[in-house]
Design a protein around this ligand. Structure first.
Ligand SMILES: [Fe+2]
Length: 394
């Protein structure tokens, strides 16, 4: 907490663990709704993941009013508009979203249109532009363990015309319920488990070092890192291990709650730019940039990085590492995690492996310094600084 004052809100009810999906019907009924719009994507429909949710709803006496799986890979304003129209037309009374970051962000967008009673979301972009509006009960069921979108107050939705990814930040975007059930992530491939897990780690580390950090975001970030340490590699290598899948789902949700109330920093600022300019998948960008961003912030984050050695490496390593060495050891461990993930599933550790070309750097740097996450980074950065980071990460 660097300015004395802070705000923290985590209004989402977490339903996590065995048979969590089966608890949804009673929860919806307690909110006096029973006609959900189900949002998901084609992939989850084909793999049977969506069917598990539908079955749990039906068993509890909830029959979807409509099911729409036509959601693009990048959530977009046009699909949000279309889906909001469908919600009204089919007279739904709540939203149940099943998917990764894109589906959940689309659902947040649909809920925004309906609750704010607007046709156009463009003027609501940015920080805290929303009023409470009409209540639209919303259950988020993540199928990856990384974005934390089920507990965040952030939605990223692409403007189809300008191609710009619009960022919406408001406490009114947090879902009413987040359902963490291992049946949703158990079949996630190794590489996606790894990249989304590293995204969660970035959320926790950046939340812990961001200028808006506070005692509660610290607690969530710290606990998330411990769980990632203990469970990420098991989840990647032995995806069927329920304990590790659930731990990663919890870690992702907690890291989401942490950064929602603290924000992120330079790693996300550059990562967003790499996504927009070079289409690097978010988790891959996070994995590549993490140690480079940490090295850049080292000067001002040494104490925090030293403290993070405890959750990241465990008490034994922490105790035997001299105090002066702890911050560097934290970065070294992050580098080793990346090497190990690269060996296991080929997760890229360099920008060149992700198809980025040096001629893209200028545009990426320009975009990154204008990203909202850059404002809250603990160390100021200009174009030259970002270019140096990109060169090192190449
Ligand atoms: Fe992220």
């Amino acid at each position: 907490m660097r300015h004395g004052y802070y705000e923290f809100q985590h209004r989402t009810k977490i339903m996590a663990g065995d048979l969590a999906l089966e608890k949804i019907p009673a929860e919806l009924k307690s909110m006096e709704v029973r006609h959900p719009m189900i949002l998901s994507d084609r992939g989850l429909e084909q793999t049977g993941t969506l069917k598990i949710v539908l079955h749990a709803l039906e068993e509890g006496g909830i029959r979807p009013q409509c099911i729409d799986t036509d959601i693009p890979r990048d959530s977009s304003l046009s699909s949000v508009k279309r889906l909001a129209g469908e919600y009204r037309e089919k007279k739904c009374d709540c939203i149940v979203a099943v998917g990764g970051g894109s589906v959940l962000d689309t659902a947040k967008g649909v809920r925004m249109v309906l609750s704010q009673n607007t046709k156009d979301l463009t003027h609501l972009a940015g920080c805290e532009s929303l009023k409470k509006g009409k209540e639209i009960p919303f259950a988020a069921i993540p199928t990856t363990a990384g974005t934390g979108s089920e507990s965040t107050l952030v939605a990223v939705i692409k403007n189809d015309k300008s191609k710009i990814k619009m960022e919406y930040i408001s406490y009114y975007l947090q879902p009413d319920i987040a359902v963490l059930d291992v049946r949703m992530t158990q079949t996630l491939p190794k590489r996606l488990t790894a990249s989304t897990g590293m995204d969660a780690l970035c959320h926790a580390i950046e939340a812990y070092t961001c200028i808006q950090k506070n005692p509660l975001s610290d607690a969530y970030a710290f606990a998330a890192i411990e769980m990632i340490r203990d469970h990420l590699f098991t989840a990647v290598q032995w995806g069927g291990k329920k304990e590790s899948r659930l731990a990663m789902a919890n870690a992702s949700m907690m890291a989401g709650a942490a950064f929602s109330n603290s924000m992120v920093g330079i790693i996300h600022a550059i990562g967003h730019a790499l996504g927009g300019v070079c289409h690097v998948p978010h988790g891959d960008a996070m994995n590549i940039l993490l140690p480079h961003g940490m090295k850049y912030n080292y000067k001002v984050c040494r104490e925090d990085y030293a403290k993070l050695l405890l959750p990241l490496a465990g008490p034994e390593v922490y105790a035997k590492t001299p105090e002066k060495e702890r911050a560097k050891e934290t970065i070294r461990i992050v580098i080793n995690m990346r090497k190990k993930l690269h060996r296991i599933c080929g997760l890229p550790t360099h920008l060149r492996e992700a198809g980025v070309k040096p001629e893209d750097f200028e545009k990426v740097a320009e975009t990154a310094i204008n990203d909202g996450a850059m404002i809250v980074n603990p160390r100021a950065a200009g174009i030259e600084d970002v270019l140096k980071i990109l060169a090192k990460a190449y």
